[in-house]
Design a protein around this ligand. Structure first.
Ligand SMILES: Cc1ncc(COP(=O)(O)O)c(C=O)c1O
Length: 386
């Protein structure tokens, strides 16, 4: 027990979008100003906040993290038969975005501590066709980027960080999303900073900036035209429609301006989970998230690694009976129907296969109240171990 007596009839969702305060004011202003398509003043202001965080790297808002990853694939000029290195334990988009360009994924297992791409296994999956490594900072905890970058440099291949979870996380003093040539961010309503559906591409390699603007604007030089640099805009490359509406950017700006408050709140919730569950976890052999010393995590999620799949399923059902929605996470992609078409087989990534059966994510959202968290904690601590 936590020592508090929360209202046991309270139902706790897994996620609830939280509002920072000025969203509607900014949306109204965007609507009244008459510019509601992409690249209006709110898009620019969001990009400026993110570019300040990324110390001058170029940032372009996109309609999702998935789209930012698809842009990355186009910018790397991937061709059918090229290969990419990806963790098996990730969201579909990390891989599918590159498969759309004809690339073949080589699935690599994850580390048992951080659940990030196992940097020690990357080298043996490289071939003469490998074009990129796509690490995912799982739960907003940084991958071993020193080793990954060193491997990529030695073999002359690009790194694209899937930083859907890790905005405002830091690794060895550097923001997550600033290591690779490119990185992708997500503002989906389940993330820390949100606008419903949204994302951004971080372009750390300045040589890719001009083309990124073109790829994002249907293959046209519209951005240069908007800046008055060319007299008319033309179709000059392949691309697609990756610009979000300024209405969404208006929502997002309200969130980005509140980022310190949002991160502090999430940190408090995360620390309270960890503190309250440490003894229980040790007693029952439950794993809690590992954050290496050189990482400042992004406080994106809180998960448990139960000792067996039966315990995971049992705890999930019990929490459900107490009104708390907890959820699994990724099914390993190498054994998905699509992953198998790329040669994935059971046993290829044993850590990912094992972890996916034992991992349970607890309710975690910026607006979570102390009482809601107490309901979850009491339910977890009162679970009868069979
Ligand atoms: C690791 C990872 N990459 C990419 C995505 C896709 O993000 P979006 O919904 O913004 O396209 C997700 C979604 O949660 C994710 O977890």
């Amino acid at each position: 027990m936590t020592g508090r007596s929360p209202d046991r009839s309270l139902r706790v969702p897994f996620n609830k979008p939280s509002f920072a305060g000025k969203e509607l004011q900014y949306i109204e202003d965007a609507v009244r100003s008459g510019h509601i398509s992409g690249d209006g003043k709110y898009t620019e202001r969001c990009q400026a906040v993110l570019e300040a965080w990324y110390q001058g790297s170029k940032v372009l808002l996109t309609t999702s993290c998935t789209d930012a990853l698809e842009m990355a694939a186009l910018l790397l000029d991937l061709r059918p038969g090229d290969e990419i290195i990806v963790p098996s334990f990730t969201f579909v988009s990390t891989v599918n975005a590159f498969v759309l360009s004809g690339a073949r994924p080589r699935f690599v297992d994850i580390r048992p501590d951080t659940l990030n791409l196992d940097e020690g296994q990357v080298e043996r999956h490289l071939t003469s066709r490998t074009k990129a490594i796509v690490p995912v900072h799982y739960a907003g905890v940084g991958c071993a980027m020193d080793r990954i970058m060193e491997t990529a440099r030695r073999h002359g291949i690009a790194v694209v960080e899937d930083n859907a979870h890790g905005l405002f996380g830091i690794c060895a003093g550097k923001p997550l999303g600033m290591f690779g040539a490119l990185a992708a961010l997500s503002f989906h309503e389940t993330k820390n900073v949100i606008c419903g559906e949204g994302g951004a591409i971080v372009i750390n390699d300045r040589r890719l900036v001009e083309r990124a603007e073109v790829v994002r604007a249907k293959g046209t030089n519209r951005s240069r035209f908007d800046r008055g640099e060319v007299a008319k805009y033309e179709w000059i490359d392949s691309g697609s429609s990756f610009l979000p509406s300024d209405i969404l950017a208006a929502f997002l700006l309200a969130q980005l301006e509140a980022k310190d408050r949002i991160q502090a709140k999430r940190r408090g919730l995360w620390d309270a989970y960890r503190r309250s569950l440490a003894g229980w976890a040790q007693e029952h052999g439950v794993g809690l998230p590992t954050v290496p010393e050189q990482c400042e995590q992004a406080y994106h999620m809180f998960y448990l690694l139960l000792p067996s799949p039966a315990h995971r399923d049992g705890l999930k059902a019990y929490l459900g009976s107490r009104g708390c929605l907890s959820v699994f996470h990724y099914s390993p992609l190498h054994v998905s129907p699509m992953g198998r078409q790329f040669g994935g087989r059971e046993g290829d990534c044993p850590v990912a296969e094992d972890v996916s059966r034992r991992l349970l994510r607890l309710p975690f959202y910026t607006g979570m109240t102390d009482e809601e968290q107490a309901v979850v904690l009491d339910a977890v601590l009162e679970y009868a171990w069979g």
